[in-house]
Design a binder for this molecule. Structure first.
Ligand SMILES: [Zn+2]
Length: 94
């Protein structure tokens, strides 16, 4: 019998399998943040939540469209990172 680890999406708190979750690591170098250790925080996030935040989850076949999707995801991450931190109960201190 194989052991199945259950992982939880940090945003919606639903149980997911490990392969479903994307991991975002936020480093706190040079920034003072509440409740964040020196190694930063790790956010496990499921595809549904990624979609809800505006990420492209289903990558297109076409190479050019893939590049577009990658650029869009990068911009979305920069745009939404504060949202994630608020969802995690971690926010920047003044
Ligand atoms: Zn989720």
């Amino acid at each position: 019998m194989s052991e199945t680890m259950v992982y939880t999406c940090d945003i919606c708190k639903k149980s997911k399998s490990k392969d479903d979750l994307a991991r975002i690591t936020v480093k706190a170098d040079g920034i003072r943040m509440k409740n964040v250790g020196y190694s930063g925080i790790k956010i496990d996030i499921c595809p549904e939540c990624l979609k809800r935040k505006g990420f492209v989850v289903d990558f297109p076949e076409n190479k050019e469209e893939q590049e577009q999707a990658t650029l869009k995801n990068k911009a979305t991450l920069e745009d939404k990172i504060y949202d994630f931190l608020v969802d995690m109960g971690v926010a920047f201190t003044e």
